[in-house]
Design a protein. Structure first.
Length: 534
């Protein structure tokens, strides 16, 4: 009897026979099959056992004419990648590859889409219908009327939502000429209304780099322009209360080898640039910064702290590879919320990485990363394609793109997650295509938060939710802008793996108050509205 560990069998249902292939790099002859095969689990590993007539054993010896019992440890439970199904055509979507925003615009419980210059209504998770012409936007409820509105960062135009899929332009203060690649919403001054941070990019032909702009919401009636003189070639912008002080800070992905920015908010919308202090420039030795196009916040190691993934486009120059994409770990209050640069953590090199988006696609409890590229063929004829990286929960990721059914996607800046058919699994919009996630039989919970419109903005942008299971603290935040110009659904999605028991939620509202909700059953969508403590 020979026991072989470290197999690479595909984890699937074996119908009575199993071809002996690819064990520690050794292969059995074609047609060699097991006469009896069982699949079991030991210490949370798949174990495949079968009788084989011939086998090239783990030590390289050819054992001919023997019947052997081979036991294969085929990898951790849950490592099997779920399959994404391309449902673009049957859904009725006809969209391009530009940035996208998922948002429920008519409060019917089905998340809609704004992309490619149009709003697409979700018809109960089956099809989509084009209902309005609006440039690609990021979304929040600017007037706290209970309806999500749209702001187009490319047109720098705000649109009011009437709840019936009609969108009316809203007058803004006169804005100087500019070019933008992204914006994000957040209540930056803590008055209960969502403000806007609009990134400033460049006019390459005129040699102009534009400053960013902050639009302060004046009680949902108008906006006041607060314009900075700081000029960097900003691509994506995204906000998070990473230091848990009750106000939203803004992270800016900068292009042209410029340092990324971290605008630290004092709670009154006065920002100080603090990227170097907190260790989030996202560069490498010999460079002041990288070509960051988009970044994503997320608790990638389930410690209750929100980390960063900075997505870097990286050419090769005389100094070698320019700064690559990297994970930045939030070290928490003991280290004054500074970040540790962990490097690539398994993100293999491609020159034209662009916009990342974080979501737990396999419901194992770990936030994964989908990462787009924007060159079909990069330098030296190398093919570049968007990649799905599966997270093991300890800042180590694995490329599962092909196994997940996402191989060969085109160049795109589009990457946004949402559960459009309300089945508990995150679906993906990218490359002008809608991919339905077929993951089943894993624990999940989705949380929809709303503010009261007085102390907390109605969209609850900036709120965080934590679920503690054992030693892990799963954390998600309501964000309105991620990657470069994209937006995931604001309904928070938790994959919880094999956990089945009710959980306790801790809600961190963006006005510094906290709420605990106990005994929450899984496998459903729950909603909570902020109520001030008497």
């Amino acid at each position: 009897m020979v026991e072989c560990t470290a197999g690479t069998f595909r984890q699937q249902q074996y119908p009575g026979v199993l071809t002996a292939t690819s064990l520690r790099g050794h292969s059995a002859p074609p047609g060699n099959k097991s006469s009896s095969t069982t699949v079991s689990t030991v210490n949370k590993e798949y174990v495949v056992t079968g009788l084989f007539k011939w086998f090239a054993c783990c030590h390289g010896c050819a054992c001919s004419g023997l019947i052997m019992l081979c036991t294969v440890l085929a990898g951790p439970l849950g490592a099997q990648a779920p399959v994404f199904k391309n449902v673009t055509e049957v859904s009725g979507l006809k969209i391009s590859t530009g940035a996208a925003c998922w948002v429920d615009l008519d409060n019917d419980g089905w998340v809609d889409i704004c992309t490619s210059g149009a709003v697409w209504k979700n018809n109960a998770g089956k099809t989509f219908t084009r209902v309005a012409d609006v440039p690609t936007s990021v979304s929040a409820d600017f007037d706290n009327d209970g309806l999500m509105d749209l702001f187009s960062w490319s047109a720098r135009q705000l649109y009011h939502n009437d709840g019936k899929m009609k969108f009316t332009p809203v007058a803004l203060p006169k804005l100087p000429s500019s070019v933008s690649r992204g914006a994000c919403w957040g209540d930056f001054n803590g008055d209960g209304f969502a403000d806007l941070y609009v990134g400033g990019y460049e006019d390459w032909g005129k040699g102009i780099t534009w400053p960013f702009q902050i639009l302060i919401n004046e009680k949902g009636k108008s906006f006041k322009l607060s314009r900075s003189t700081s000029r960097t070639r900003a691509r994506g912008v995204t906000a998070c209360d990473f230091d848990e002080d009750g106000d939203l800070d803004v992270y800016v992905s900068s292009y042209r080898l410029q340092p990324n920015l971290l605008w630290l908010n004092d709670g009154a919308a006065a920002f100080s640039e603090s990227a170097k202090k907190y260790g989030v420039i996202a560069t490498s030795a010999g460079f002041g910064g990288g070509h960051s196009i988009g970044s994503a916040w997320g608790d990638f190691n389930n410690d209750g702290l929100i980390d960063l993934f900075a997505g870097n486009f990286a050419h090769v120059d005389g100094r070698g590879n320019q700064p690559k994409s990297r994970f930045l770990q939030n070290l928490g209050p003991e280290q004054a919320y500074r970040f540790k640069d962990l490097g690539t953590c398994g993100v293999h090199y491609q020159e034209s990485y662009a916009t990342p988006s974080a979501g737990d696609y396999d419901n194992d409890g770990n936030l994964d990363v989908f990462f787009t590229t924007v060159y079909g063929t990069a330098s030296f004829g190398r093919k570049n394609n968007p990649v799905l990286f599966r997270n093991n929960g300890q800042f180590a990721v694995t490329n599962v793109t092909a196994a997940a059914g996402l191989a060969g996607l085109p160049p795109t800046y589009q990457a946004a997650w949402a559960d459009y058919n309300n089945d508990g699994a995150l679906d993906l919009l990218s490359g002008g295509r809608l991919f339905q996630n077929t993951t089943r039989n894993r624990g999940w919970l989705q949380v929809h938060l709303q503010g009261d419109g007085t102390r907390v903005n109605r969209a609850a942008v900036g709120a965080q939710v934590r679920i503690k299971i054992g030693k892990k603290i799963h954390t998600r935040q309501v964000e309105a802008g991620t990657g470069e110009g994209n937006q995931n659904d604001t309904r928070l999605h938790f994959g919880l793996g094999d956990h089945k028991d009710p959980v306790t939620l801790e809600i961190l509202w963006p006005n510094k108050s906290r709420q605990t909700v106990k005994n929450v059953a899984l496998g459903r969508v729950v909603s909570y509205t902020y109520r001030p403590t008497p």
